[in-house]
Structures are given as structure tokens and as C-alpha cells.
Design a protein around this ligand. Structure first.
Ligand SMILES: Cc1ncc(COP(=O)(O)O)c(C=O)c1O
Length: 445
């Protein structure tokens, strides 16, 4: 098969499109940040900063999130801690709020964002990751409730504690990891009812919900229209907003959820800057993690640049560039999927009830008679790169609840050239068609 002549189409990589990285905006913002003398001297931007992060950025993020999520009460900077991005912060959360002798299991909505598994392993939870199935409304609450009840009824053998107890943190009994909006990899949005039920369940079982809210701002209408319809508010409440008011608010000072936000998906992962939100006590406890206390918060200079951008151009860049561009890519991909793949028995997740789509990914479920490993292998011979369902397994969970997505593929529509999206789907369709009629296909492209 003549793979060399075909241009590579990479549907695997979940990175922002290089052409959409706002190089000039960042250049300008860094120049402004380095010329200012108000609040902070220029030099302080290149110094260690406060534990909970560059105060100006925390103030700006508080205002920006308040207008986007429209929570019952305005978000205050005490609820926020600046981070070195969502992955680095996940590690900090685990360092400060889990203890392998107290924290029993890490529950991950499956299919899951695979890179998170390593972070949990590194924190001492290897072999203790557990999958929780996902359906069109999000996490399977019934399944998780049953599993948590079972854990509660089993007698715990006391183990030696490995960490020192500190007044500014607590060790949760469980962690629940989820990407509830425009999930990686399924693209789904968890419904409000499921989110509320999950907060109640977490409170009952002393669990911390770690919510990677990293794609929330990349949203658009499911259905294409002549003119791009801009929506400036989030399509769903975050767990932290629900936990802040549901049934009278958090049951203790730490609450049961935290939001992990990042600028990686909107401004560029090279900045490696993000924010964490939780109750003020949680946010402060997080800022006291040892690696942060060693000098101060992550990304002080990145934070100064972003504080400039939030004020000036970040919202308009999101609204006038990123959202319409990614929406256009999404519509192209979905319409090609409808034309070439649905007739072959491939399924794509139905549009969400909210009418919104977003994020970076679309999930395709192959018909049973077509085997995903063969598809991915043949696709790579055609220079079409895809991640199979097995990439998104919760590691070492041997339960049957992960079978349902194994014969699927994740398609990232953000990295590849826009002009190649339709061709990518066509290449995939040729492979699926060939495998549908013959086990040893001859591909004619
Ligand atoms: C769900 C999810 N969380 C976290 C990250 C990484 O975020 P950061 O670059 O802020 O570490 C990604 C990147 O793909 C992601 O998809």
C-alpha cells in the first residue's frame, strides 16, 4: 500500500492547532507586563511569587469565570490558586489531599484521559484506579454508588500513614476524576442531574471530585448555521459551583470538589499556566503543597502575561477566532462522518440535549464486525493516525465495565490541517468498508 505518497493526517494528537497559537498577542502582553510598574515591579514578575499565585491574575480569573459560569455567588480570588497547568496541579492535589493509607480508590470516568493514570500511579495509587462507565448523560451514578457502598461496608485494615497530617489540608477517602464538559475522549457533556447526584455521593463517601474543566470555553452550537452564534456563558454548571450551593452548600470547609482549569487549550500549552478553584480553605491548602511552598507559586511570569491578556484580548480571541474556527472544523468533520461513515454502521455520539458541542474530540464507535486494531493499523499505513479505544482504559481495572468503548476511536479535529479533515474521514471510510466485506482488504484510495 502506497503510504509514502499520502500526506499525514493526525487525528491522534490532542494539541492546539499551531496556526491558532496567539503568538503576537502573547508577545505584546509580555512587553506590556514587563513595562508596568503598578502593583508589581517588573522585576517581581521574574521573581518567586506568592504561594497561591500572582494576585492580579487571580482577580482577573475570578471576574472572567464569574461572567462565564454565572454562579449563584460571584467567584472570589480566595477560591483560586494559580497552577502550572491541569496536570501539574493534579499532582499537587494528590500530594496535599490524599494519603495512600486513607484514600482507598481513584474512580475514573471511562473512557478516560489516559495521561491522568500516570499521575495517580506516581502518587502511590498504582493498582487502585477504578473505572466507572459513562453514558450519554455522563457518569453512571448507580454503578459508582454501589461500588462506594461496597467499600464502606468492607472493614479497613489500618496501614501506616506515610504523610504528616497538616491543619491546612485533609485526606479524602476517595477521589473521583472526571472531564465533565466536552470530555476527553468522548466529547460528552455530563447532565446537571448527574452532577448534582455526584456531589451528593461524594459528600456521603468523603470523596473529592477532581474535575478537569479544561475545554469548557471552546463551545458552539451542535448544528451549523449561516452565521456563527456566539454564546458567552457556559452550557453547564461546574461541580464547584454546584457544591457551593447545593443543599445549603459544602458540608465542611474543604468541600468535595475542585475545578482544574488551564490556559493550555486556549492560549498555548507552552505557557503551562492554569488555575484551581475550590473552597477558600481548599485553595489555600493546595497552595501549601511542598513544591509550591518552595519559593512560591508556579508560572509567575506566565501569570503576568495572562493577567494582561484577560484584560485585553483573551475573551475576544476566544469569541472571534477560536470558537468559530474550531466550530467550522467540527461541522466539516461531522458532516463528513454523516456522509461517509454512518452508512457503514459507524456511530457517533448524538448531539447533547443542551444543543452545544465543543472541545477537541469526537468519538466514533465501529460496528462489531470491524475490529478497531485492524482499522488503526491499516489507517497508519495510510498515514492516518488514530487512537483506539484501548488507549482510554483505566489502567489495571479488570472489570467488564470497560468493554463497551474498546471498539471505538477518538478523533481530534483540532490539530490536523482543516483542509484534510474530510479526506481523513474518507480514508477511514475506505478502510471500514474494506474490512466490512473482506478480512484482507485491498485498499483503493
Ligand atoms: C482532560 C485533560 N486534562 C488535562 C490536560 C493537560 O492540561 P495541562 O496542559 O494544563 O497540563 C489535557 C490535555 O490534553 C486534557 O485533555
Amino acid at each position: 500500500m502506497g503510504s509514502i505518497t499520502l500526506t499525514e493526517i493526525n487525528f491522534r494528537l490532542g494539541w492546539p492547532n499551531p496556526g491558532l497559537l496567539p503568538v503576537d498577542l502573547i508577545k505584546e502582553a509580555s512587553q506590556i507586563a514587563l513595562s508596568q510598574s503598578e502593583n508589581f515591579t517588573r522585576e517581581s514578575l521574574l521573581q518567586y511569587g506568592p504561594d497561591d499565585g500572582y494576585v492580579l491574575l487571580r482577580e482577573k480569573i475570578a471576574g472572567w469565570l464569574t461572567s462565564f459560569y454565572a454562579p449563584e455567588r460571584a467567584i472570589t480570588q480566595e477560591r483560586l490558586c494559580i497552577t502550572g497547568g491541569a496536570s501539574q496541579n493534579l499532582s499537587c492535589v494528590l500530594q496535599s489531599f490524599t494519603e495512600p493509607s486513607v484514600t482507598q480508590f481513584i474512580w475514573m470516568v471511562a473512557p478516560t484521559y489516559f495521561c491522568a493514570c500516570r499521575v495517580f500511579d506516581d502518587a502511590g495509587f498504582a493498582g487502585r484506579l477504578r473505572a466507572v462507565p459513562e453514558d450519554d448523560e455522563g457518569i453512571d451514578i448507580g454503578y459508582l454508588a454501589e461500588q462506594l457502598e461496597r467499600c464502606a461496608s468492607q472493614e479497613q485494615i489500618p496501614k501506616d500513614s506515610m504523610k504528616t497530617f497538616r491543619t491546612w489540608s485533609k485526606f479524602y477517602r476517595h477521589v473521583i476524576y472526571t472531564v465533565p464538559t466536552f470530555a476527553n475522549p468522548s466529547g460528552r457533556i455530563m447532565s446537571l442531574a448527574r452532577r448534582e447526584a455526584l456531589v451528593r455521593l461524594a459528600r456521603k463517601h468523603d470523596a473529592l471530585i477532581v474535575s478537569d474543566d479544561v475545554y469548557d470555553m471552546l463551545q458552539w452550537d451542535c448544528h451549523a448555521s449561516k452565521e456563527f452564534k456566539l454564546r458567552k456563558t457556559a452550557c453547564q454548571s461546574r461541580f464547584v459551583d454546584i457544591d457551593a450551593h447545593l443543599d445549603g452548600g459544602p458540608i465542611d470547609d474543604f468541600g468535595n470538589s475542585m475545578s482544574n482549569g488551564t490556559f493550555s487549550k486556549i492560549m498555548g500549552p507552552g505557557l503551562r499556566t492554569g488555575w484551581a478553584e475550590g473552597t477558600p480553605k481548599f485553595a489555600w491548602g493546595l497552595s501549601q503543597t511542598g513544591s509550591t511552598r518552595s519559593g512560591g507559586c508556579a508560572s509567575q511570569f506566565g501569570a503576568a502575561i495572562l493577567a494582561q491578556l484577560i484584560d485585553t484580548s483573551l475573551p475576544s480571541y476566544l469569541h472571534t477566532v477560536l470558537q468559530p474556527t474550531y466550530a467550522r472544523r467540527y461541522y466539516k468533520l461531522i458532516s463528513a462522518i454523516k456522509e461517509y461513515l454512518l452508512p457503514l454502521g459507524v456511530a457517533v455520539s448524538p448531539p447533547d440535549k443542551s444543543g452545544m458541542a465543543g472541545g477537541y474530540y469526537v468519538w466514533l464507535q465501529l460496528p462489531d464486525h470491524v475490529k478497531v486494531q485492524q482499522v488503526v493499523q491499516l489507517a497508519s499505513e495510510q498515514n492516518l493516525l488514530l487512537h483506539p479505544g484501548s488507549m482510554f482504559l483505566v489502567e489495571a481495572d479488570l472489570s467488564k465495565c470497560q468493554q463497551s468503548f474498546l471498539n471505538g476511536v477518538r478523533v481530534c479535529f483540532v490539530w490536523a490541517d482543516e483542509d484534510l479533515l474530510i479526506e481523513g474521514v474518507e480514508r477511514l471510510a475506505v478502510i471500514v468498508r474494506a474490512l466490512s466485506v473482506d478480512t484482507i482488504p485491498t485498499l483503493a484510495l
